[in-house]
Design a protein around this ligand. Sequence first.
Ligand SMILES: *Cc1c(COP(=O)(O)O)cnc(C)c1O
Length: 391
Amino acid sequence: MKNLDTFETDKKICMHFEDDRERFEGAVVPPIFHNTLFTYETVDVLNDALQSEHSFYVYGRGTNPTVEIVEKKLAALERGQACKLFSSGMAAISAALINSVKSGDHVLCVSNLYFSTMELLKYLGKFNVSHSVIYSTETEAIKQALQPNTKVIFLESPTDMTFRLINLDEVADLARTKGIRTIIDNTWATPLFQKPLTKGIDVVVHSASKYLGGHSDVLGGAIVTSKENMKTIFRKEYLLMGAAMTPNEASLLLRGLRTLPFRIQGHEENAIKVAKFLHNHPKVKQVNFPGLETHPDYHLGKSQLSGYSGLMSFELNEASFNDVKGVINKMKVFKIGVSWGSFESLIISPSLGNNEGKLVKEHIDPCTIRLAVGLENANALIEDLEQALSE
Ligand SMILES: *Cc1c(COP(=O)(O)O)cnc(C)c1O
């Protein structure tokens, strides 16, 4: 399944691409440029630089050499033309969305999106931008859900919490024929396991706070898209909303990226073992993980994913909120916490004890538990789940 050539190319990109050692005295790790501005020899040269600020170093809210190295690596990993790094995933998602809509436009969400993305879309109602959610991942249903004023199809594949896959080729084709922009949140797969731009998707967004950073010490986000799309995103959303990634965060992200290919394979290996264990457990009703052969989108996954990361969910059989809480509270290796995509294993439930109606409406089983499978010993993770699910 893994295209070895592609994976080996990606490894090289993560490790050495654009590190530009000659430019930095042979430094094996590029320096952190802390300066907020760059000075110029003459007024004319500065004025020229300001005309195309995206390709010159003028001011830190726009460009920075340390940040730029990471942007070039991410663009290359996604096989995209241009990348900008933001101070968080939500900053990148906000910029991508606001760039794509105006008053009167509609955004179609395919199934559940990341919680804050949904909240942002609700908030955009204030500017007369509407949205709706189609709780199906079938292309035909997505087509039927389009409205005359739909300007964006926003998707995550796998979908948030339910981990269903969307056919990227088909949705990209559908959108293109209707002049609709497609935006995908590719945080789950990372560019190592899914390259949506090569499938015809227009804009990729990431939370770099997850696998890309990978050590729970970086907050960041990214947009990867065509040069043409990035031109206005840079001039408007990037410079004007001012959520640039700092050079310090970029250097941590750069360090994280060096080992991404190795970490992501470790997550995959552990996640498959954990998913298989849960699948065979009598207390588990269903495991939502596209790497299981019993998953309804397993074959679609084989054609558009080259691997599986470590985030999944499972549903308990005949359980109450107290049972869900009981299992989570008993975990020892899995820690209770938000976020995911880092070395440590984490566990959480979308259930709060008072939101069952909302979850059912969102097609999420109230007895769902989400696992972020980390890089610990797989047997230790399985034993932890076994003891928590016993009696
Ligand atoms: C965490 C997350 C985000 C938001 O990223 P931040 O860096 O926390 O702003 C967006 N999408 C997905 C899928 C996420 O998991």
